[in-house]
Design a protein around this ligand. Structure first.
Ligand code: SAH
Ligand code: SF4
Length: 340
């Protein structure tokens, strides 16, 4: 059965039309689901009894469960069990400017990046839209606060689950849904060029982040299999096109791996590659995992790398480290659970 938390308002309006009802019923349903958060459909007082009965027949209202939680001061990490007993995770970060949630988009990931824990365990399936919406709703219930931004940077490649992720963005951005400002939603991709173009044409004003991680094909081929399909020059071309079309600045993510991509020469090459583009570079301190041999760059090395990029005129920041004490590296909590 289709889960109600995965239906966009537009789709729900069509459902009501097909059933000979007025479209504003969809708005009422959204208010109960996302504003009043009333789980008991029998209490949806402004909808006729027949409509409520029909909704209960046509849709599932069930939610996955949080089965584990790891916390430190500024980070909470949640493990969810889905109906088919698969596990996914989401991380909450408490910043001075608000609360952000990092959501997963797939169970595992098929992109197979060499340094990534999520890629080590292959993709089991795409997440359904409601399974992404549920991560936010359940976390808001748990922390008893509203979330102010969402990053689609957990387990999975979101553009490999395109339709569900687009519906997810629609629902969380909806003024009658979770009401997250479109500019407070960030999607991170390993660089599926045709999907970046599809996303561009939708012209929604989300933040796009690209996992570049290397200044040339030689290094990127070793780190990211996807580079053998879409090379750096193709990727850069599509980013330029995206910036031009949407008039939005794009974030370039660059995970700092000791001895692999963190030399002065790499920084200089990266500066040339990104020259003149409206991008902002985010240097990510690597989260080491037990299974993979990659090491994090030293803080000194990261600072030097950052300095070079700045001197070359790029906007660059070093990502604040969150939750390394609680195995917050992408996919670690889940892989522990799967291996148990
Ligand atoms: N699949 C998408 C989004 C999920 S990964 C993507 O690759 O962009 C989100 C980010 O975390 C990516 O930039 C990824 O390269 C990075 N990442 C993966 N494993 C990491 C680790 N152990 N430490 C730090 N960053 C990591
Ligand atoms: Fe998948 Fe992203 Fe991990 Fe690569 S870094 S394996 S694309 S989740």
């Amino acid at each position: 059965m289709i889960n109600i938390y995965g239906i966009t308002r537009k789709k729900l309006e069509n459902y009501f039309l097909e059933n000979g009802e007025k479209t504003f019923k969809a708005l009422q349903v959204f208010e109960w689901l996302y504003q009043k958060r009333e789980k008991n459909v029998d209490d949806w007082s402004n909808l006729k009894k027949e409509i409520r009965a029909r909704l209960l027949e046509d849709y599932s209202f069930e939610m996955p469960r949080i089965v584990k939680k790891e916390c430190d001061e500024l980070t909470h990490k949640y493990l969810f069990e889905l109906f088919d007993h698969n596990f996914i995770e989401a991380v909450v970060m408490f910043h001075d400017y608000g609360i952000s949630v990092c959501v997963s988009s797939q169970i595992g990931c098929n992109m197979g990046c060499a340094f990534c824990e999520s890629g080590r365990l292959k993709k089991v399936r795409n997440l359904e839209t409601f399974e992404m919406v549920a991560q936010i709703i359940l976390i808001e219930e748990e922390i008893k606060k509203r979330v102010s931004s969402v990053v689609i940077m957990g387990i999975g490649e979101p553009l490999d689950n395109y339709d569900h992720v687009m519906d997810f963005i629609d629902i969380i951005n909806d003024s009658k849904g979770l009401q997250l400002g479109i500019r407070h939603i960030t999607l991170s991709t390993s660089g599926l060029v045709p999907k970046i173009q599809d996303l561009m044409k939708r012209d929604i004003q989300i933040n796009l982040a690209i996992s570049l991680h290397a200044p040339n094909d030689e290094i990127r081929n070793k780190l990211m299999k996807v580079n053998k399909v879409y090379s750096i020059s193709q990727l850069i071309c599509s980013i330029k096109e995206y910036i031009e079309y949407t008039n939005r600045r794009v974030t370039i993510e660059y995970v700092m791996l000791k001895g692999i991509n963190d030399s002065d020469d790499c920084a200089k090459e990266l500066a040339i590659l990104l020259k003149g583009m409206n991008v902002y570079v985010n240097l990510i301190p690597y989260n080491e995992t037990n299974h993979l041999e990659f090491k994090k760059s030293t803080p000194k090395r990261i600072a030097k790398f950052c300095q070079i990029l700045k001197e070359k005129g790029l906007n660059v920041t070093i990502r604040k480290e969150f939750g390394s004490k609680i195995s917050a590296a992408c996919g670690q909590l889940r892989s522990k659970e799967v291996e148990r």
